[in-house]
Design a protein around this ligand. Sequence first.
Ligand SMILES: *Cc1c(COP(=O)(O)O)cnc(C)c1O
Length: 305
Amino acid sequence: MSLHIHTPLIESRSMTLAAGPTVWLKLDALQPCGSFKLRGVGHACEVHHARGARHFVSSSGGNAGLAVAYAGRKLGVPVTVVVPETTSDRAKELLRLEDAKVVVHGSSWQEANELAQTLVGADDAFIHPFDDPLLWTGHASLVDEVAAAGIKPDAVVLSVGGGGLLSGVVEGLKRNGWDDVPVLAVETEGAASLHAAVQAGHSVELERIASVATSLGAKRVADQALVCVREHPVQSVLVTDRAALEACERFLSDHRVLVEPACGAALALAYAPGKLAGYQNVLVVVCGGATATLGQIQDWLKQVD
Ligand SMILES: *Cc1c(COP(=O)(O)O)cnc(C)c1O
C-alpha cells in the first residue's frame, strides 16, 4: 500500500478543442493532500519510516510540507514543519489539520530552513521538497499509471519549481521505455530558474522570485533537473502570471477543480492556441496545489499586468 492514490486519467474535451491534439489530464490535484507531492514525499517518508525514523522535519509551508504532514499522520510519525512569517494563515491551518507541529520562524524560507536543520536529530528524517532521489522515484509512479492505462503520449506538459516533478517524470518515462517522449517544462516568467539554468548551461541562483506561482519559487533548480535536460528531450517554456491565473479560472469552470497558479502554468500551455500543434496525444500533469483560494486567484488577476 502506498500513501498516494492512483489518480484519474481523463480526456479534456475543452483543452483538446483549444490545443489541437487530444489532451489527457493526469489529475494529481485529487491526491488526498491536494498535489502530486504526496507521490515522492510519501515514498521518502515510507523509506525513512522503515529505516526507523521517529520524527519528520520539513521547512515547506506549501504542498511539500502538507504532504509530509499527511504522510506522518498516516504512518504515526510526528511531524514538525518550520515556516517563515510570510506563510499564509490558510497554509498553517492546513498543516495543523494534518496534526503537524507548525513552528513559525524568520522572514524568509532560508531562515526557516536553517532552524529546521537544527531540529533534525539522529533518529529523525528531513524531507526535502524537491532535491532527493527518493522523491523522484516516488513521482515516477505517475508515469507508471499512465502506461498501465495503455495510453502513450507523444509529449508531456508539466510545471517546474525546483525540478523534482520533472526529474521524477523523466525517471518514469525512462523506466517505461519512453525515452523518446519529450517533456515541455513550464515555468512562470518570474520563477524561471530552470530556464535560466538551461540558458547558462549550469544551475544558477535567481536573485528573487517575482511570480504569484509561489509553489514554483525555487531560486535554484536541483542539479538533477539539468541532468534531465541533458539526457532527455526537455523543452523549457515560459508563461506569464496572467496566463497561469486565467488557466486556473478556466480549468475550474471546465473541470470543476481548483488548482494553484503553479499548476495553472502547465494548463496555460494547453489552453494557448497552437502551442501544442504537431502533437497527437499530449499528457498534461495536473499537479494541483492546496494553498490558493478562488478569491485569491481573482485578487491576483486584478493585480497582474
Ligand atoms: C511543488 C509544486 C510544483 C513544482 O514541483 P517541483 O518538484 O518543485 O519542480 C508545481 N506545482 C505544485 C502545485 C507544487 O506543489
